[in-house]
Design a binder for this molecule. Structure first.
Ligand SMILES: Cc1cc2nc3c(=O)[nH]c(=O)nc-3n(C[C@H](O)[C@H](O)[C@H](O)COP(=O)(O)O)c2cc1C
Length: 174
């Protein structure tokens, strides 16, 4: 595929960083979600959408799930460890049936600096903590809960260029 766009939406930069690495490796056009419109999508053989994960929602995904795209790849960037996280619910929540089967999805790990979070995001994190890890016993905690607990309040980054390799290989194999 020759004509590729990488579209991304990021609040704190980790998704942007992955999108930049992917666009560079694939010699693709890099577009921020707010600069992309439905009429842009069909100009490309392949659109790769990357969005930060916020309360299980993939940022900016509406553009590519609600409008026609020739071929679509989605990557999410979250704090949870993709090696231990079950993304079934996230995929169901973000990608409609029919499109799910046709879309290749990758999950990458970002990071967070609590000191830099906006006030609403800090509030959301406190609420998520109250509703999940604070309510459960140690035995009830999932791998995602444990990662959340261990990183809460800190400045932790897992962003790693090497983890884009499976996505790059997949695209080169198309
Ligand atoms: C309010 C809030 C909600 C979040 N929800 C999730 C989540 O549901 N799952 C997850 O893995 N990470 C979650 N995160 C972590 C972000 O996905 C992570 O920091 C990511 O790297 C942010 O991407 P960005 O830097 O591109 O904005 C959340 C972070 C905030 C501040």
């Amino acid at each position: 595929m020759k004509n590729i766009a990488v579209i991304y939406k990021s609040h704190y930069g980790t998704t942007k960083q992955y999108a930049e690495w992917i666009a560079e490796e694939l010699d693709a056009t890099l577009l921020e979600r707010k600069a992309a419109s439905p009429s842009d999508l069909l100009k490309y053989d392949l659109v790769i959408h990357g969005g930060g994960l916020y309360a299980s929602g993939i940022l900016g995904i509406d553009l590519v799930v609600k409008n026609p795209v020739n071929n679509l790849i989605i990557f999410s960037v979250g704090m949870a460890n993709p090696e231990t996280t079950d993304y079934t619910e996230i995929i169901h929540k973000n990608i409609p049936e029919g499109l799910r089967e046709k879309t290749k999805i990758f999950h990458l790990r970002g990071g967070m600096d609590y000191g830099k979070l906006s006030i609403p995001h800090r509030g959301m994190m406190a609420m998520m903590k109250k509703m999940t890890i604070d309510k459960k016993s140690e035995a009830e905690l999932t791998a995602e809960d444990i990662a959340f607990r261990d990183t809460y309040g800190g400045n932790i980054h897992f962003t790693d260029k090497a983890t884009i390799a499976p996505l790059i290989l997949y695209v080169r194999g198309l």
